[in-house]
Ligand binder design. Structure first.
Ligand SMILES: [Zn+2]
Length: 58
């Protein structure tokens, strides 16, 4: 299962969630995934950031 890195928009904490893609999209769409720190459902997916690999420099 994929690991999603989420940022809580309320408390600023980041945390990882492991769940199927379909469940994850549904959770985000319905705002049904509470922050484990403060319980807010205002979460921002950080998946794009995690997936990015920096290219070689120099
Ligand atoms: Zn939070």
């Amino acid at each position: 299962m994929p690991v999603y890195s989420l940022l809580c928009d309320s408390c600023g904490k980041t945390f990882d969630v492991v769940e199927p893609i379909r469940d994850h999209e549904e959770h985000l769409n319905k705002h049904d995934l509470p922050c484990p720190n403060c319980g807010s459902t205002r979460l921002v997916s950080q998946l794009g950031v995690v997936a990015v690999k920096t290219s070689k420099k120099s």
